[in-house]
Design a protein around this ligand. Structure first.
Ligand code: MBD
Ligand code: FE
Length: 282
């Protein structure tokens, strides 16, 4: 079937009716956006001769994504999260807000309300004896390099099997999630465990979409951050642990050169703890 009806007056009038253009109520921006969205999709159906079977299988897929709350997971896979960041970067550049650690995407797995600590936090609940200990230390500075005391550093990451607390029911509440306020020198420290990479659940609706595109759903090992302080722009970012197979092949497009960090292995556990507690990693 190769009928082309999109450009006919009937279809154009119909689109306006569907988008509520001839109704007084509702929201003007919602109408404009819906009209554009529907127009693009109607045109796509016409241009690609989308069959009813294809259309209804797309509806099923959307239902499955919603049922499994996976819109937030497919979103970075389709590049929307990174695209919004690119727009923020462009807005910052235009406003001459330059310097500082680059932003990258939040992802769908943040949970508010993590336990708070001053200066130092142990992030893991100790339930994974096979996991390797990881120390994280850092300093929050403004774009001029001045340390910021009392900055809020929210950190979250997955366990050694790629699971995040709250989404992985085997983990304790807030495992690997902490809010740490920087000390007088703007520094924070955390003792945690090395996270593994993350993979989209096999066979899940998000996985089905990626497979149809010939893509995988893997992310390199990473650690999420929100950094904020009064009078400063909120930063959403991540660090990637260097040497991961997926560092430059992240399904969520979140890797940035400046955010790839090389961990330093310390074989002596007591030495690692001593250095971590002192915040010295040279
Ligand atoms: C993650 O852990 C993540 O950070 C993103 C962006 C998407 C899926 C899982
Ligand atoms: Fe993540």
């Amino acid at each position: 079937m190769t009928v082309k009806i999109f450009d006919t007056p009937d279809v154009q009038d119909f689109l306006k009716t569907v988008a509520g253009f001839d109704q007084a109520g509702g929201d003007e921006r919602a109408k404009q956006i819906m009209h554009r969205l529907l127009s693009d999709l109607y045109k796509l159906i016409d241009d690609f001769d989308v069959t009813p079977e294809e259309y209804w299988s797309a509806v099923s897929l959307l239902n499955a994504l919603g049922h499994e709350t996976q819109f937030g997971l497919l979103s970075p896979g389709l590049g929307f999260d990174h695209y919004l960041d690119m727009r923020q970067d462009a807005a910052d550049a235009e406003a001459r807000r330059t310097g500082g650690t680059p932003r990258t995407i939040e992802g769908p797995l943040y949970v508010a309300g993590a336990p708070e600590a001053e200066g130092f936090a142990r992030m893991d609940d100790g339930s994974d004896p096979d996991a390797e200990v990881m120390w994280l230390t850092g300093q929050v500075r403004d774009v001029d390099g001045t340390p910021i005391a009392g900055a809020k550093v929210e950190v979250w990451h997955c366990d050694s099997k790629g699971g995040y607390s709250f989404f992985d029911p085997t983990q304790s509440e807030y495992n690997l999630r902490r809010t740490i306020f920087t000390n007088g020198e703007g520094r924070y420290r955390a003792r945690s465990i090395i996270p593994s990479g993350y993979g989209v659940p096999e066979g899940a609706p998000t996985d089905q979409v990626l497979k149809a595109l010939g893509r995988h759903g893997e992310r390199p090992a990473h650690i999420h951050y929100f950094v904020s302080a009064p009078g400063h722009q909120h930063l959403t970012t991540q660090i990637n642990l260097a040497g991961d197979k997926y560092t430059w092949d992240d399904f969520a497009f979140a890797t940035r050169e400046e955010l790839v960090v090389e961990g330093k292995r310390i074989e002596d556990a007591a030495e690692a703890d001593r250095r971590g507690l002192e915040g010295v990693f040279t």
